[in-house]
Design a protein around this ligand. Structure first.
Ligand SMILES: NC(=O)C1=CN([C@@H]2O[C@H](COP(=O)(O)OP(=O)(O)OC[C@H]3O[C@@H](n4cnc5c(N)ncnc54)[C@H](OP(=O)(O)O)[C@@H]3O)[C@@H](O)[C@H]2O)C=CC1
Ligand SMILES: Nc1nc(=O)c2c([nH]1)NC[C@@H]1CN(c3ccc(C(=O)N[C@@H](CCC(=O)O)C(=O)O)cc3)C=[N+]21
Length: 361
């Protein structure tokens, strides 16, 4: 996960590489004329007096402007629709079999962000009728203690899904711990057998990782054709980028993966009809990276300082929404895009698991 970032598009190395002409959007050019400086020299403080910290002109503008041409892919409302569908199916499962799906979350340590995610998952479970179980282990737990807890959940018939909240404390070997989750309860889809099957022709994994699955579900629900299209995934992590690329390829897109060693990310990304970004760098993807009419799915969740927000920060994606929404045909917002879909897919995987384990169609 990215730590707190202060992103300034105008002075970042990426921004400097972007041809000036392509970086000019209606609002940004207005800002430039207000301060009469070359764009690269604009201090956001000149145009945004309320905050004392350096802010990205891109994100400042998006907070002020509603002038977008792209369709907004509303993950929040799609996720709500999916949760309603799941709640209905859980009632049917319970009525027919008496089975109530159960999700167990293993949280090691006391990271505030992880605690918040776990709390939100718990609430989402309760709202659809999934029983949630939680194991909180201290930061200094041993790998064996965590694996022992996972084994207890593996052997508990009321638990149909097990999620180990990431990141784990540094002293732990993530691979050993994720390998301990029984594949038939691996609702995160992080077990190497599940990921491996995703990568192989003609094989089906028991579970598909929730965030990439949510991205594809959004594309389907918004009737975005994937087959035969060029897709670029920015980021190649085990939990988002890599499985997202595999899923796009399985849906017959031609896929390129951009990562931190990619020499010409802008040029490669500009070839894509579909872009999925999962990087953890606020405003990395500028308008000039996007082919006109492309569909952009922004997975990034990046906190940026915001003196006006009660929390002192707000969340932005990897995409400079203000610029990209003027070039793309459709785009997910942050928040309210992929995040809620991740949770909805987790509930969906837990329900599927309960059905599979109890042979319910
Ligand atoms: N909305 C949601 O539901 C979720 C959101 N997230 C968010 O998504 C983002 C990514 O998460 P995650 O995949 O776990 O992050 P990781 O840090 O594990 O991976 C980041 C990836 O981005 C690549 N990268 C880093 N910098 C650049 C760059 N400048 N240009 C191109 N590629 C770059 C890295 O490349 P390399 O491999 O070369 O190091 C790496 O592959 C985060 O903001 C996270 O908070 C994550 C999970 C769920
Ligand atoms: N084992 C494991 N599985 C995960 O799936 C996993 C994980 N560990 N570790 C952390 C990341 C991150 N992640 C998010 C889930 C939901 C939102 C989400 O709902 N976001 C809201 C905003 C939430 C807010 O306002 O704080 C939104 O984008 O609208 C974000 C991020 C799952 N992850």
């Amino acid at each position: 996960m990215a730590s707190m970032l202060l992103s300034d598009c105008s002075t970042s190395a990426t921004a400097r590489l972007v041809p000036l002409q392509r970086r000019i959007s209606v609002l940004t050019s207005q800002l430039r004329s207000q301060v009469s400086l070359p764009w690269g020299a604009v201090s956001p403080r000149l145009v945004h007096s309320s905050g004392s910290r350096f802010q990205s002109p891109c994100t400042v503008a998006s907070a002020m402007s509603t002038d977008t041409s792209a369709k907004i892919i509303d993950g929040k409302s799609v996720a709500k629709q999916i949760r309603d569908e799941i709640a209905g199916e859980i009632v049917k499962l319970k009525d027919a079999t008496g089975v109530v799906p159960g999700l167990a979350v293993v949280l090691v340590g006391s990271r505030k962000d992880s605690q918040t995610y776990v709390r939100n998952k718990k609430k989402a479970c309760e709202a659809v009728g999934i029983t949630s179980y939680e194991a909180n282990l201290p930061d200094d737990s041993t790998e064996e203690e965590v694996i022992k807890q996972i084994s207890l959940f593996n052997n508990d018939p009321s638990v149909h899904g097990i999620l180990v909240q990431l990141p784990l404390p540094r002293h732990m070997n993530e691979e050993n711990i994720l390998n301990a989750v029984g594949i038939e309860k691996d609702v995160d889809g992080f077990h190497p057998l599940n990921i491996g099957r995703l990568a192989m022709q003609g094989r089906e994994s028991l579970f598909v990782p929730c965030t990439p699955k949510g991205c594809i579900e959004l594309l389907h629900r918004y009737d975005v054709e994937i087959k035969g299209k060029r897709a670029v995934v920015i980021g190649r992590s085990n939990i988002v980028g890599m499985p997202a690329a595999l899923l796009l390829q399985r849906a017959n897109a031609t896929v390129s993966i951009v990562h931190s060693y990619t020499k010409n990310p802008e040029e490669i990304t500009r070839q894509a009809d579909i872009v999925i970004t999962a990087v953890g760098v606020a405003n990395l993807v500028r308008g000039s990276w996007i082919k006109p009419g492309a569909v952009v799915i922004d997975v990034g969740i990046n906190p940026v300082d915001d003196a006006e927000s009660p929390k002192g920060y707000r969340l932005v994606g990897d995409v400079c929404f203000e610029e990209v929404s003027k070039v793309a045909s459709a785009i997910t917002p942050v928040p309210g895009g992929v995040g809620p879909m991740t949770i909805a897919m987790l509930l969906s995987n837990t329900l599927s698991s309960a059905k599979r384990l109890h042979n319910f169609q």
